[in-house]
Ligand binder design. Structure first.
Ligand code: NAP
Length: 255
């Protein structure tokens, strides 16, 4: 039996790529599409909804979400409340919101995934960066994205920073008497290190973690050149969440 999938944000760059991926997999069935501004009532026989409330009682298994940071928490909450296992790529969740959604998923006995990055190379970069930070505690994260991205820093940078915080002993980097003569010049502070966000047309999703030590340096870099790079992760997420009974944060928990 195929897994019935709702795609929220189906007109967006990621949502439309996810729609093509779902259509191309015979184990998945595109059940419904959601976009608050959609004019059409259906696309190739698939119903289009403009309000999530109209999906209460709808027959589907998984809610794929590539929308906007300001609605993603509400959408994920709604999906769990209504029996749809969420697979969420939208970024911008707070740690508290994630903890709350994990608790709700346990209460409902529903699987789910919030993944700041679905690209396997990015998952590896995060893992390698956390490992390297034990030996190279001086580091900076630079994330680079297209200039239409709404949140900063990226969810991937935040997740990388959290993994580094778990692996590395706290260290306040930089000079004791460092002064910013232009606000923001040193980027955002996280656990004693800095995160920088670059936004430029032409970019997709890229991240570097730069480590520095006495007489040596190490740079880890991942590049998503095309949104197709995220789709094997989304596909895996859909197929895994239906077998599970609680939401996880990070694709690495399903690998
Ligand atoms: P995008 O092209 O702007 O797409 C977002 C879409 O969501 C738009 O079509 C938007 O419609 C629609 N939308 C807005 N509010 C909605 C709602 N309440 N319900 C349903 N749809 C709604 O952005 P994108 O590049 O696809 O990125 C979407 C999200 O995915 C961002 O948070 C981005 O950071 C994240 N992302 C994650 C990964 C990952 O691997 N996890 C990778 C890339 C991007 P309007 O344009 O009409 O407002």
């Amino acid at each position: 039996m195929s897994i019935k999938v709702i795609v929220a944000g189906f007109k967006g760059k990621m949502g439309s790529t996810a729609v093509d991926m779902v259509k191309g997999d015979s184990e998945l069935e595109l059940a419904a599409l959601l976009d608050p501004f959609a004019q059409e009532k259906e696309v190739d026989g698939v119903p289009v909804f403009t309000s999530k409330e109209d999906l209460v009682g709808f027959d589907a298994d998984v809610w794929v979400d590539f929308t906007m940071p300001k609605v993603a928490y509400e959408n994920t909450h709604f999906a769990l409340e209504n029996g749809f296992a969420p697979v969420v790529g939208t970024t911008g969740f707070t740690e508290e919101q994630i903890a709350e959604l994990i608790a709700l998923s346990k209460e409902k006995g529903l699987g789910g995934l919030i993944a700041p990055n679905f690209a396997i190379g990015a998952i590896l970069l995060m893992e390698f960066a956390a490992k390297a930070s034990k030996y190279f505690p001086d580091l900076e994260i630079i994330e680079l994205h297209h200039d239409k991205k709404k949140d900063a820093p990226s969810g991937t940078a935040v997740k990388t920073a959290e993994l580094i915080r778990e692996a590395r002993d706290y260290k306040k980097q930089g000079a004791e008497d460092e002064e910013e003569t232009l606000a923001g010049a040193r980027g955002a502070e996280f656990d004693g290190f800095r995160i920088h966000s670059v936004r430029l047309p032409g970019l997709v999703a890229h991240q570097e973690v730069i480590f520095g030590a006495q007489g040596e340096g190490l740079t880890l870099r991942h590049d998503s050149y095309d949104r197709i790079s995220f789709m094997s992760g989304v596909n895996l997420g859909i197929k895994e969440v239906v077998k599970r009974d609680q939401l996880v944060y990070g694709l690495e928990h399903l690998l």
